[in-house]
Design a protein around this ligand. Sequence first.
Ligand code: HEC
Ligand code: HEC
Length: 325
Amino acid sequence: MKTLLKLLAGLAALVVVLAGAGLVYLFTRYPAVPPAEDVRIAATPERLARGQYLVENVVGCVVCHADRDWSRFSAPVIAGTKGKGGQRFGFGAEPFVLYAKNITPGGVGEWTDGELVRAITTGVSRDGTPLFPLMPYPRYGKMSREDIEAIVVYLRTLPALSHDPVPARTLKFPLPLVVRTIPAAASHVPIPDPSDRVAYGRYLTNAAVCADCHTPMDAQGAPLPGKDFAGGTPFSPNGVGLVRSANLTPDAATGLGTWTEDQFLEKFRAYRADAPRTLEGAERLQNTEMPWTYYAGMRDDDLRAIYAYLRSLPPVVNRVEKFGR
Ligand code: HEC
Ligand code: HEC
């Protein structure tokens, strides 16, 4: 009996020691990314123009880092709030509550260019905090280095908004541990030649973060196998209502199979007007998470490339009821 007790006590102590060692390992070795580079990115007019286009119409920064008008269709960005922090993500169903940070010079003005590049492409904040991957750094880490530099140059020119403190995030266990293991070194690729429409479209689709909403994921956030771009992910825009992302694969019955290139472009162009319509009454329970007004500013050729890439995907049968229960 005594020996058994001793053995059990010994085992318990071993478990505590191993768990402790595991935590020490996790906190000293992770996030495992290279230190911020000592670089200065020259603000050339080309970078500024490219960065403005990417930030304002393609890669989504100001979809999340801004205030949005949820009383209007697709919640356009409120003028004068580009780069502002404070937008909330996670309203109960998710195991997290996150707040976008101020990325205007009022928020990250003191950061070096290298620190910004590291946060955007590897997911480690200036002070070493690992960022939650709702901030799509795993995608930005697969963009061209030149495009990331263009983004940094443009961010520096945003009007500085005061650095109101943003509430701290909450992550439910085990996410505080898991989040440390997600940041990874960037693996930049060159921008494909736009004449290769499918390759260029794949690049843009990654940069525009389409799959984060259109590929269904399991509870751990891993994409469901064989379901790339098949839609059905549920959203509760600004914490209200229910909308599911559409099937973007070329399946004729449940996806975009019957859509012509023109129809695809028209769907975006329709939202190029500055102020999308105000939703009335119950319509407000049916707003969309799809940032139509934001992507509407994408160039026609870029939208065509995205269409070409989506056409190249294997069709997946997945009927999605966008709105409703
Ligand atoms: C889908 C929403 C979303 C998009 C798109 C997005 N971000 Fe973020 N970003 C966040 C959230 C949320 C956080 C905070 C994450 C956390 O607390 O773990 C964040 C954090 C950051 C940080 C760290 C700031 C700090 O003080 O630690 C930087 C820098 C940043 N984002 C820049 C960008 C840039 C540049 C882009 C576009 C290339 C971008 N973000 C796109 C949601 C987003
Ligand atoms: C923040 C989440 C989100 C992102 C990012 C997003 N979508 Fe969507 N998308 C949705 C939701 C939700 C719907 C369904 C509601 C609607 O039609 O507005 C949708 C609908 C669509 C539709 C309409 C399809 C149909 O059957 O009517 C198209 C086309 C589309 N998205 C393409 C894209 C492309 C291309 C990208 C990337 C450039 C993208 N989406 C990025 C959430 C998103």
